[in-house]
Design a binder for this molecule. Sequence first.
Ligand SMILES: Cc1cc2nc3c(=O)[nH]c(=O)nc-3n(C[C@H](O)[C@H](O)[C@H](O)COP(=O)(O)OP(=O)(O)OC[C@H]3O[C@@H](n4cnc5c(N)ncnc54)[C@H](O)[C@@H]3O)c2cc1C
Length: 384
Amino acid sequence: MKRRYDWLIVGAGYTGAVVAERLASLCDKRVLVIDRREHIAGNAFDARNDDGILFHQYGPHIFHTNSDEIAGYLSRFTEWKPYEHRVLGVVDGRLIPIPFNLTSLEILFPAPEAARLGRLLVDAYGMDRKVPILKMRESAHAGVRDLADFIYRNVFEGYTTKQWALRPEELSPSVTARVPVHVSYDDRYFQDSFQKMPREGYTKMFERMLDHPNITVALGTDYETAKDEVLFDRMLYTGAIDEFFGYEFGPLPYRSLSFDFRTYRQRRHQSVGQVNYPVSHDYTRITEMGHLTGEWNGSTTVAIEYPIAHRPGETVPYYPIPRDENAAHHDRYVAFARKEAPDVLFAGRLGDYKYYNMDQAVGRALALFRKEILGLPAEALPAA
Ligand SMILES: Cc1cc2nc3c(=O)[nH]c(=O)nc-3n(C[C@H](O)[C@H](O)[C@H](O)COP(=O)(O)OP(=O)(O)OC[C@H]3O[C@@H](n4cnc5c(N)ncnc54)[C@H](O)[C@@H]3O)c2cc1C
């Protein structure tokens, strides 16, 4: 006899795990969470390699948020370690802080010139301000425009072309608009109020989230198999919406990645968590896991990251490609879903075809739970 569940949740990443946890603990619903992978935690999955080093299998994940609610929610399932991410970029053979800031200026230009350019930026925008490069490129001041062009060419253009295999102008203008220049000596990559890493890693945090008597987790289980083997009243699908509908309107474009993990018998490989290669090499960045996790055991593991073309069914669909025409392509699927599968909820990075940071994925899942499952206004928090 087929087993019956109140909810089937496809995908054990942030979106699926948060909604499953809320349904199980607040609504007393029986939930089946499936994932085609052999592990929980989606792309945030981490594990120890043969050298005992905790590494992020699908690329480096750094947790940061300005939301007390999201930090508070996740803190039920993990303790945290402080970690503030710092990124250097190789420009002109020198290592400069990324985002480009006043220290970057001082490293790349002779002292009097760096001081002059620094004053120009502070006069134009004020100290401790993040200014989108697009805004700088449109400045009325020729000196600011020249500097913006220099940063654009040396820091942004090459990295973007490698990352997406598209020229910046072929991407949604919002991508360039967001790239900041930091008029500051603050060399942290993020300025969020909460910047920490889960003390025992992401997977442990997910284990606690899903550890509830109402939740059953089935790994190595694809939706295509599960749908005929279990009965369920409602479904949340956090996989790719185009795949769900058999690519009815063609596949949505994604960019994929290939990681080369290397372990070195040395304490540290680089001085900060991440080094970017905007101009040289085929890879975009090298991330050293020990910086992120705060663990050191005499060896160190780095992830060398190569952007690659995505082939549906063969590679991991990592990043939705931010182009207006792709958003419109996704809208067609959403309209189709409303007609053909009105009872199915689609959400998450793949379901919404949106790049979400982890905190945004949690925020989206909590809002979906409140609004679309409990029928409450999105901002009204149910008592835990
Ligand atoms: C390289 C990289 C680096 C990142 N770094 C950061 C970072 O530093 N900080 C940050 O905040 N965010 C980062 N992110 C974003 C973060 O990974 C996402 O916010 C998060 O994974 C979104 O969770 P999700 O549940 O929506 O999707 P996912 O984590 O992708 O989970 C979806 C799950 O659904 C499963 N699935 C799909 N289809 C099916 C199916 N048909 N049947 C069964 N299972 C299925 C998949 O196997 C997957 O496990 C990064 C992302 C990438 C790609």
